[in-house]
Design a protein around this ligand. Structure first.
Ligand code: HPA
Length: 269
């Protein structure tokens, strides 16, 4: 039988990487610092993995870093792909298919997001407890490969309780809440933000949900952490402009705390 694209990619990655990772980590905008903590690192540019698209966004390096973190073999995506770059969402989530085919059962997904919950502040870290897919795109659209997962995946309990509890043990100041994904690339209007808050969301961003949908489809254990890089409440009197530069600057500062959190979680897996 002809190899499926993610199987071809796994074969290519295995030829380069020395270890078999137990956890995959996806680093969001400006959050690449953690990749520098990986020891005995083998760095594979995305462009050198068949079927794996390259990121075009400033702040997203675009390499798979395979090595050791907190004593465990890991695969770290330094830079992720986004739907707003023009990729199909299935391409955005393709690396997750590769991770699972490689034998990885646990994924940690990080992102930069806007805070909708008025109790949050820029720099906060939030464990995602649940999400709303408002992206109007889904990587599971189209024919289902029954050998990978079910046609109609159950989404209850997607964000693994045990992993969330470990995260709170490692960093007791973590927030927890609901992430709503939008397509972007524009930031939201104040009216849009008030609507998203009305949905019950605590944070808004342009990523994470495609990867999580594919991970869930294949029954992986999932932890997702958002870095609140700006407050996006849309509340009159509190409305602020937001820029990608600001998002990256806050993410860079919060990235050190995030790195500590992820290392602590990996150590306890
Ligand atoms: N909105 C959407 N995505 C984001 C934001 C935001 O305010 N900040 C960082 N990513």
């Amino acid at each position: 039988m002809k190899a499926r694209p993610f199987e071809t990619a796994v074969a290519a990655v295995k030829r380069r990487a020395k270890v078999k990772p137990v956890v995959a980590i996806v680093l969001g905008s400006g959050l690449g610092t953690l990749a520098d903590h990986v020891s005995e690192a083998v760095r594979i540019p995305y462009g050198e993995i068949p079927g794996w698209k390259r990121s075009t966004v400033p702040g997203h390096a675009g390499e798979l870093v395979v090595g050791m973190l907190s004593g465990k073999p890991v695969a770290v995506m330094k830079g992720r792909l986004h739907y707003y770059e023009g990729y199909d969402v299935a391409d955005v989530a393709f690396p997750v298919r590769v991770f699972k085919a490689w034998g990885i059962e646990t994924i940690i997904v990080t992102n930069a997001c806007g805070g909708l919950n008025p109790g949050f502040k820029a720099g906060d870290l939030m464990v995602i407890s649940d999400h709303i897919n408002f992206m109007h795109a889904n990587p599971l659209h189209g024919p289902n490969d029954d050998s990978l997962g079910p046609r109609f995946p159950d989404m209850v309990g997607t964000y693994t309780e045990e992993l969330r509890a470990i995260a709170h043990q490692v960093d007791p100041d973590l927030r927890e809440g609901i992430y709503v994904a939008v397509a972007g690339p524009n930031f939201e209007t104040p009216a849009g933000l008030r609507m998203l808050r009305g949905f019950g969301a605590d944070a808004v961003g342009m990523s994470t949900v495609p990867e999580v949908l594919v991970a869930r489809h294949m029954g992986m254990r999932i932890l997702a952490i958002s870095t609140v890089t700006d407050m996006a409440t849309g509340i009159p009197g509190q409305i602020q402009h937001v820029s990608h530069e600001e998002v990256l600057a806050v993410a860079d500062r919060a990235g050190k705390r995030l790195a500590g959190l992820v290392k602590g979680v990996v150590a306890r897996l």
